[in-house]
Design a protein around this ligand. Sequence first.
Ligand SMILES: [Zn+2]
Length: 278
Amino acid sequence: MVPIHHVPKPSQPDGKPALPSDALCYLIGSDGVFKQVHNDFYSVRLKVSGVSGLAEIGETASLHVPKLPISLFRQVEAFFIAVYQKHSSEAVVVLLCNPATQEWRVQVPPQEVKGLHVSYNLATLPDPPHGFERFGSIHSHASAKAFHSGTDDADETAFDGLHITIGNMDQPVRSYSARWMLAGKAFKVELADIIEGVALPKPDESWLAQVRKVEAEEDYWASRPFRGAGLFPPAAMGAVEREDFGSPEEYREYLEEMKNEVDERLLEMEAVLQEKGR
Ligand SMILES: [Zn+2]
């Protein structure tokens, strides 16, 4: 096995690192992994993406924390709307998570706001309650849309956890942008993947009783007012064969297109018939 050496920082700030003189080795420094070769013909130290002869590892990320409860998320949203209405500005909350009890909480830091700006100091916040750690943040973007700005990148890169931006605080429908920051790497996610929604209620039986399925296809066509007007379901149009298509997907797409076209023509036809009947 080719030796692999860690290269420590030089003890003096302006000193040079002590590099081994191996004819063949790998070096690991703060700027990456390097392969060193010394022979009678040349000497090189080249940046490499990995060490040959070792196992492939690959990147993974998995979370051990639950989704954010929607009631908590809505509470934060209501707070941001109120701040926007009062100060026309952003606001921020810090997320606390207890992985042992699978709980999320919110901590509201003292903050200074002005328009698209909010400043607060994490270092001056009281320690989270026992078992909880700071694991992300949610902030608003006043009337601007939600995205992760350069300022957000600077704030969040060294702040592991769930980071959500809420935009358009002046609109009835707001915009959202969310990502996990894990070991300094951002993983973009959809809101639906991180918010624990409310389970669907049981459907109302009396509503369901209003819906009846028509069994035979003829019944459906017989019930249309344009029967005999020269329009038929796509399958009856004949000229096109399944084999004319490169793949089942293409065929399905074609059928879908035809269905839409037929539906459109039927609507037009109904309109014409109504006009005539007047
Ligand atoms: Zn932002």
